[in-house]
Design a protein around this ligand. Structure first.
Ligand code: FCB
Length: 387
């Protein structure tokens, strides 16, 4: 495995941001983020943590609202801050993997219609161009994180900003994000010719409870897992996001964020069926089923012959031994996928430290370190992988 490290995102760790999440925080929709891990002030300290766990790569994101606080007005000072950090990472032998969009948006972008509007693509591309003309030392770029999760939470069930409930809007959002990612690919490549560009896709294992439940499972599998990755690697938008519409560029790799398995039962109440909790299964502190073999299943199913990065995988627990067991078992199954020919180039544990877990706020503890940067217990990712 060439790259091994941890992942975070700007809104979840930086603190003192002003974006669409903080806007909806004031309306009481989501918990307050506050200072988070104060990484905007202490980014360089996070490098020490990465070194302590044997990481040679770090996936983090750039906060769009800091770079372009007002439409078309770019804040070069903020970008310089990220650039200093990137150079520090490189000096320390840590490869930066930058995510350009990880759920949060500037408030002006939301007012312009957010990702529902077709203008979103142009806005995003302008921001990506600005960033990648300046951060030429970064080789690995993740355009957009989890369009499926973003559209589902923000536009289907409406529990995340902008709290909408419209399947039609959700489809538009996914379509615009996939188009924007494909165009961003071209922009990053032309600004940095040594770059590798792709997306981070959230994938789940869906298990049918019986024969009839295979129907809702097939629907979930197609819309949630398959559609975004298919369009990313083939540059074609399949229905309902498009009608085999051609996109501009294909990704260089597939990024997979894998956490859990859902047991699904057919139900007359929803075409997507209902989730059934298996009481006897291993679960994280949020109740998500832990299913290590799933990393093998999704890697085989969704690599589409491309190199794979596990861009996120982790457990919410305060128990250090449980976290060790989680990583070991996922490593075991990832190695099995590699034996079957999947070209896995990197693994990122979510997360470096406890942070703001969206709707759940600070109660989910995914970190190897606590929020105040204390190590829960000895853990070296490289050794765990090699051992
Ligand atoms: C993923 C998100 C990430 C984090 C983990 C637990 O879906 O990309 O920001 O919240 O879940």
């Amino acid at each position: 495995m060439k790259f091994i490290g941890a992942a975070t995102s700007s809104h979840q760790i930086e603190g003192n941001v002003s974006n669409d999440w903080t806007y909806f925080e004031e309306k009481g929709l989501v918990p307050k983020v506050g200072k988070a891990c104060n990484s905007w002030m202490k980014m360089e300290e996070d490098i020490k943590l990465l070194k302590m766990i044997g990481a040679n790569a770090y996936r983090f994101s750039i906060e769009w609202s800091r770079i372009e606080p007002d439409e078309g007005l770019f804040n070069i000072k903020a970008l310089e801050r990220y650039k200093r950090f990137v150079n520090k990472l490189l000096e320390n032998g840590i490869e930066p993997f930058i995510t350009l969009h990880h759920f949060t948006n500037p408030i002006w972008f939301l007012r312009m219609g957010g990702w529902v509007s077709s203008k979103s693509i142009r806005f995003f591309i302008r921001y990506v161009d600005f960033i990648t003309k300046y951060l030429k030392e970064v080789r690995f770029w993740i355009t957009i994180n989890e369009p499926n999760v973003y559209a589902y939470n923000g536009y289907v069930i409406g529990v995340w900003p902008p709290a909408e409930r419209s399947i039609l809007k959700a489809i538009k959002v996914v379509r615009n994000m996939l188009k924007a990612s494909s165009e961003a690919y071209g922009v990053v490549k032309s600004n940095i010719n040594t770059s590798y560009v792709g997306m981070a896709h959230h994938v789940r294992v869906f298990r049918p409870m019986d024969e009839l439940s295979k129907i809702p499972v097939a629907l979930r599998e197609y819309l949630f897992n398959f559609l975004p990755i298919y369009s990313d690697v083939h540059a074609i938008l399949p229905p309902p996001a498009g009608f085999m519409e051609n996109l501009k560029n294909k990704a260089d790799f597939v990024g997979l964020n894998y956490y859990t398995k859902d047991n699904v039962r057919f139900s007359l109440k929803s075409i997507f069926g209902e989730e059934v909790v298996d009481e006897s299964s291993w679960k994280n502190s949020l109740g998500w089923e832990v299913y290590p073999r799933g990393i093998y299943e999704v890697s085989l199913r969704f690599s589409f012959g491309k190199p794979v990065f596990i861009t996120e995988n982790g457990i919410a627990t305060e128990n250090h031994k449980e976290r060790l067991r989680f990583i070991k078992e996922h490593f075991h199954w990832l190695k099995e996928a590699m034996k079957k020919g999947v070209n896995v180039l990197g693994y990122f544990y979510w997360s470096l430290m406890d942070n703001y877990e969206w709707k759940e706020g600070y109660k989910a503890k995914f970190g190897i370190f606590t929020r105040d940067r204390k190590l829960r217990g000895k853990l070296n990712l490289r050794k765990l992988w090699e051992g």
